[in-house]
Structures are given as C-alpha cells and as structure tokens.
Design a binder for this molecule. Sequence first.
Ligand SMILES: NC(=O)c1ccc[n+]([C@@H]2O[C@H](COP(=O)([O-])OP(=O)(O)OC[C@H]3O[C@@H](n4cnc5c(N)ncnc54)[C@H](OP(=O)(O)O)[C@@H]3O)[C@@H](O)[C@H]2O)c1
Length: 250
Amino acid sequence: MQADYSPAPDLLKERVIAVTGAGSGFGQAAAKAYAAHGATVILLGRTLSKLEETYDAIEAAGGAQPAIFPINLESLTEQEYYALSETIYKEFNRLDGLLHCAAQLALLSRIDDYDLETWNKVMQVNLTAPFMLTQVCLPLLKRADDASIIFTSDQVGRKGKAYWGAYGVSKFGVEGLMQILAEETENSPLRVNSIAPGAARTALRAWAYPGEDPQDRPLPEAFMRPFLYLMGPDSAGVTGQAFDAQAEKL
Ligand SMILES: NC(=O)c1ccc[n+]([C@@H]2O[C@H](COP(=O)([O-])OP(=O)(O)OC[C@H]3O[C@@H](n4cnc5c(N)ncnc54)[C@H](OP(=O)(O)O)[C@@H]3O)[C@@H](O)[C@H]2O)c1
C-alpha cells in the first residue's frame, strides 16, 4: 500500500461485504467505512442493539441498507453456519468480501493458571469461528470477480507475549489460517490477508489496559485505510500478507 493511498469514494460500489463484530470497535468502524465507500454491508455480531446502532449510523450517512444477522460465535452450530451462508446466497446472490473482527480476550494469565474452559471459548470465537465462517462463505467468494478476506489479528499473534494466553495463541492461529488459505487460493481472484490494527479506543483495549486513559488512544476510524485498501480492487493480487495498521495509520 502506497504511503499516500487514498481510497476512491466509490471503491466498494455494488459489493456485498460481511463483517463480524460489526456492533463495536474496529468491526463497526469498518462496516461504516465500507458502506461509506459504496458497499452493502452484512452486519454480524452477538448483541442485536449494537448491530442496530451500526445499522442506524450507516442509514443516517446515506449508505446502502445493511443487513443484520445476530450470531453468537461461541455456540453457532455447523448447520447454522451453512444456514447463514445460504441466507446470504438467497438474499444477495453474491459475496465480495469477508472481514473477521469479532474476538474475545477473556483472560490475561500465565499459562500455569489458564483454565481450559476459557481457553476453549477464546479459541472457538477467535479461531474456529473464522475458519468455519470462511469455509461456508468460500463458494460465494470464489464466484466473485474480485474478492477479499481479511482476518483481524494482533501484534501478540505475531510475536508471543507473556500472559496473553489463548487470545495470543488464537491470533497466531489466525495468521496461519490466512497463510494457508492464501496459498490454496493463490491462482484465483480471491485474496486473503491479515491486519494487526494497533492500539485503539475500544472495549477490548480498555479491558486489557484498565490503567490506561482511553482518550490517549485514537478511535478505530483512524486505522481504516488498510481495511479499505485490502477490501477493494486496489489490492488485487496482494495475498498472504500480514499488514500492520499502526504503521498505516492516517
Ligand atoms: N482495540 C485494539 O487496540 C486492538 C488491538 C489489536 C487487535 N485488535 C483486534 O481488533 C478486533 C476488534 O476488537 P476491538 O478492539 O474493536 O474490540 P471490541 O469493540 O470489543 O470488539 C469485539 C467484537 O467482537 C464481538 N464478539 C465477541 N464475542 C463474540 C461472540 N461470541 N459472537 C459474536 N461476536 C462476538 C463483540 O460483540 P459484543 O460487543 O456484542 O459482545 C464485539 O463487537 C479483534 O479481533 C481484536 O483482536 C484490537
């Protein structure tokens, strides 16, 4: 991505893009940014009221009417994943992009004390769910002329850091999933990349750093350029790459 990259206003015109974690933080900022650049956005997340907030903001800004699908990635069954992709197929008959943003941190602890139940829950939401959602969406994404999958990662998933437990390991897994899928699809118009978004003012960050003044951190909106670049046609041919949104901040 060029240092002065500036997305065209109609970058994502006529595209249908699904975003998980679309009710808050990076997912909400990306859903709004995608809609502002012409996409119809499918809002996926756990809390209906938060998804409705994103929906209202997109409508108020004049974006295309989004769709809302409340899903709990901790408990979604295989059948429900297939039902979701079937609904996307029936409602839109296409899917051009998939952004995985939903994640849980749940626990900061040394490995000695990390409990199995929390480990399994974090792995389910942060790694198994992106795998499964990607798998059921692949047929539609592969049909598109130009499609993109973005996994939201973290620096602690690129270099291990004490106490980040299942969250850190799940992000290492996400990076691996991204690389494997990128290689498996390298001769297709589908690209697959990850973004480590950098420190931003979100609920997840506030939970991890309770002593930090949230006002010292920018809002996720400040990091949207790589999310737009990788989702739109300007990144055609870019695949298997790990991006650092901190470095790409506006
Ligand atoms: N903020 C940062 O500084 C930072 C730094 C590095 C990486 N990240 C990454 O950025 C991504 C977004 O995080 P964020 O910072 O924007 O935090 P956030 O606002 O807390 O967003 C996390 C989202 O995940 C959703 N979610 C959690 N559990 C879910 C479940 N079981 N089913 C469905 N959705 C679920 C949440 O929905 P509910 O609110 O409805 O529970 C929420 O919308 C994450 O992948 C995170 O690892 C953030």
